[in-house]
Design a protein around this ligand. Structure first.
Ligand code: AHM
Ligand code: MG
Length: 332
């Protein structure tokens, strides 16, 4: 009834699982900042109805999207919590135009890119949203950050994860040796290991895409989606599930298998989702769980973004499903 020996996130980060991780104390300290930001964001979401935190903030962001009040709270929570660890060299946020500097006396050795509150369009109707983060070693030798600290291949990440604000808050993390899920235990205020070594099925039976965009799709995407829906050749047609929050859709894909897609189309020629804080971190998690993530031509983790808010097409999920999708792209 009362576990006196909880495997908390911090304890796990300092455990033998990370005995060969360089700078594991600094990394655990950095992660304590991310965990704090996720707890503050959880609380803001849970209290939003009482504290008038739903709705628009009255401004637009760098992507010309309407910013919600909770977007601003989550962004501030991440920035303050990350700077407070003194482990961060510079940051990139979906909500901010430019690289976010950290004063020299507060600066550390990690670069963090994050989407503080992904799935904003779902906030006001109480559908699950999330936060996404990616952690990179700094590149610049001096104290001045530059593009080379952030415009880099996803494979250079040392860790990535997300928080899902659902019926429970979960933090799902990879440090490069598997994927581990922690659930926020409100009674002790800690993320506790509940999902060790998450693995995705090699094939699923669910596809996830905004089908309202189908008139804009290219032939490869349209043919692939038709193939899994048709049930031809004795196959059972796939089920469709699309929440419209990438974290929720990818979390379900990790746990149940299948494929999540946000392709390039004639309306969004580069796709919609951004590389540094949406596609790259979730691609690392997918590969670490035994799945696959591609832009249709190559692994998303091998792409290099041209700017900090670069968008890329993405197809991720069970290996066999994503490989089928790739074969449609290669033959078109
Ligand atoms: P956001 O970061 O502004 O919330 O946008 C990203 C979200 C993803 O969570 C989700 O996969 C996608 O946008 C949904 O887009 P659409 O409404 O075009 O289907
Ligand atoms: Mg987002």
């Amino acid at each position: 009834m009362c576990d006196t020996n909880l495997m908390t996130l911090n304890r796990w980060l300092l455990s033998d699982h990370h005995k060969n991780t360089p700078n594991r104390i600094e990394f655990a300290n950095l992660m304590s900042g991310i965990a704090l930001a996720c707890k503050i964001t959880t609380n803001a979401i849970k209290r939003a109805g009482f504290e008038q935190l739903f709705g628009l903030a009255g401004v637009t962001n760098v992507h010309s999207e309407d910013v919600k009040k909770l977007d601003i709270i989550a962004n501030d929570a991440f920035k303050y919590a990350l700077k407070g660890t003194k482990e961060v060299f510079c940051m990139v946020s979906e909500e901010e135009q430019s690289i976010i500097p950290v004063a020299e006396h507060d600066a550390g050795n990690f670069v963090v890119t994050f989407d503080p509150l992904d799935g904003s369009s779902n906030i006001d109707c109480n559908v699950s949203v999330g936060s996404i983060f990616a952690i990179w070693p700094k590149v610049s030798k001096d104290n001045n950050y530059s593009d080379k600290d952030v415009l880099r291949k996803g494979r250079e990440m040392i860790a990535a994860g997300y928080a899902l604000y659902g019926s429970a808050t979960m933090l799902v993390l990879t440090t490069g040796c598997g994927v581990f899920g922690f659930t926020l235990d409100y009674t002790v205020g800690e993320f506790v290991l509940t999902h060790p070594d998450i693995k995705i099925k090699p094939r699923g039976a669910i596809y996830s895409i905004n089908e309202g965009n189908s008139v804009y799709w290219d032939k490869a995407t349209a043919d692939y989606v038709n193939s899994i829906k048709s049930g031809k050749n004795g196959k059972t047609p796939y089920s469709s599930r699309y929440i419209g929050s990438m974290v929720s859709d990818v979390h379900r894909t990790l746990l149940y298998g299948g494929i999540f897609m946000y392709p390039a189309d004639s309306k969004s020629p580069q796709g919609k989702l951004r590389y540094l804080y949406e596609v790259a971190p979730l691609s690392l998690l997918m590969e670490q769980a035994g799945g696959k993530s591609t832009n249709g031509q190559q692994a998303c983790l091998d792409l290099v973004p041209g700017n900090i808010h670069q968008r890329v097409p993405v197809f991720m999920g069970s290996v066999d499903d994503v490989s089928d999708l790739e074969s449609f792209h290669k033959s078109s």
